[in-house]
Design a protein around this ligand. Structure first.
Ligand SMILES: [Zn+2]
Length: 368
């Protein structure tokens, strides 16, 4: 355990109370288990290369029946720190004994506005029935429970892991025993999203690995990251900037496929993570504007031949010539044909956007 009571009856927290103080209390048998009031001693610490903690002399305690792993203790310290940084006005406590439900939460977060969260770091196997019992007890007591799993259980297809995934729509595995704690964030994604993601071009932002199956929920994406990049939102959902970008992209893609015409601001939002400002504002958006003014221009132009029922007009010829000249000025600014073609690959080939891509391809061909 990470919390003991000192001689003054106040909680002493491993790593927060000076070590010499703890050692002297430990020596004087002045540290008590917060749960059974039995005497505990200081164990581990940096010198022994393990997590500093408190333990009963002979391991007997009604509250801690199983020996706690070093990973579990380290994880609690790391997660408490992570939560304190994110929620400086909240009270974050380790090993908080809650009267309702009658449990010790690994970490408890009490927000100023009354929201209460229990963060459980699960490193040991857990029966599904036991997990359900704990989860329901927390929710009944008005506490949001968030389950973070030890990385040692990452490849184990346990029923409770799947239950957590179903409840929260994501699951976070944590390795707290490295200098920069690492996490694996996994969440289910639709099959079409998996396909789109795999077929996408070179992305500027990090791409999650795709996992095949996440149990019965289908495809899963896994993002490997440092814990510091992960955040909890106001409802204690686990969020990561890359996942948010990816989900926003996928939502836009859905909109694109059913739109009637391309939309400049939506296309800009979609391309922003992968395309730089200059390419966006000097190339793609001006092209889209001219396309939207007259989407039919190049079809009428028909490689300078015009159409049988609609011979080429002088104004159409001039407009196409002007567009080609403009593309020429872009080449001198570094937007070569090759680079333009690469940019086009970033535009999703769906719905009315496919026609826009076709228009630009033809324009590039006309420029020669
Ligand atoms: Zn005890």
């Amino acid at each position: 355990m990470l919390v003991a009571y000192g001689p003054d009856g106040r909680p002493a927290i491993a790593e927060e109370t000076p070590l010499t103080q703890l050692q002297s209390w430990s020596h004087g048998r002045l540290l008590y288990c917060p749960n059974c009031r039995g005497i505990v001693h200081v164990r581990g610490g940096a010198e022994k290369r393990t997590q500093l903690h408190f333990a009963h002399q002979k391991g007997e305690c009604a509250w801690s029946t199983e020996a706690e792993s070093v990973r579990h203790m380290r994880g609690k310290v790391v997660l408490a720190q992570w939560l304190k940084e994110q929620f400086p006005t909240a009270q974050v406590t380790l090993e908080e004994r809650l009267p309702e439900p009658n449990r010790i939460a690994d970490i408890f977060v009490a927000h100023e506005d009354g929201r209460r969260w229990a963060i459980e770091f699960q490193c040991a196997p857990l029966e599904i029935e036991e997990w359900k019992h704990r989860h329901e007890a927390y929710r009944k007591a008005g506490i949001i429970d968030t389950w973070i799993i030890g990385t040692n259980r990452r490849e184990k297809q346990e029923a409770f892991i799947e239950a957590v995934l179903t409840m929260a729509r994501e699951i976070l595995f944590l390795d707290p025993q490295v200098a920069l704690p690492r996490v694996w964030l996994r969440w289910p994604i639709a099959r079409v999203v998996a396909q789109e993601w795999q077929s996408g071009g070179q992305r500027n932002f990090r791409t999650p690995t795709l996992d095949g199956w996440v149990g019965r929920l289908g495809y899963g994406a896994t993002l490997i990251s440092s814990l510091a990049e992960v955040r909890l939102d106001a409802q204690a959902h686990i969020i990561h900037p890359v996942r948010m970008t990816m989900e926003a992209q996928m939502q836009l893609l859905q909109t694109f496929s059913t739109a009637s015409t391309p939309d400049a601001s939506q296309l800009e939002a979609y391309l922003r993570p992968n395309v730089n400002d200059e390419a966006l504002h000097s190339v793609i958006l001006p092209l889209l504007r001219s396309y939207l003014l007259d989407p039919d221009l190049l079809r009428r132009y028909n490689y300078g031949r015009g159409l049988e029922e609609h011979p080429l007009s002088e104004s159409d010829r001039q407009r196409v010539n002007k567009a080609c000249e403009w593309l020429g000025t872009l080449t001198r600014r570094g937007f070569t044909t090759e680079r333009l073609q690469d940019l086009l690959k970033e535009i999703p080939y769906v719905g009315p956007y496919a026609a826009f891509v076709g228009y630009v391809e033809m324009l590039i061909a006309l420029k020669g």
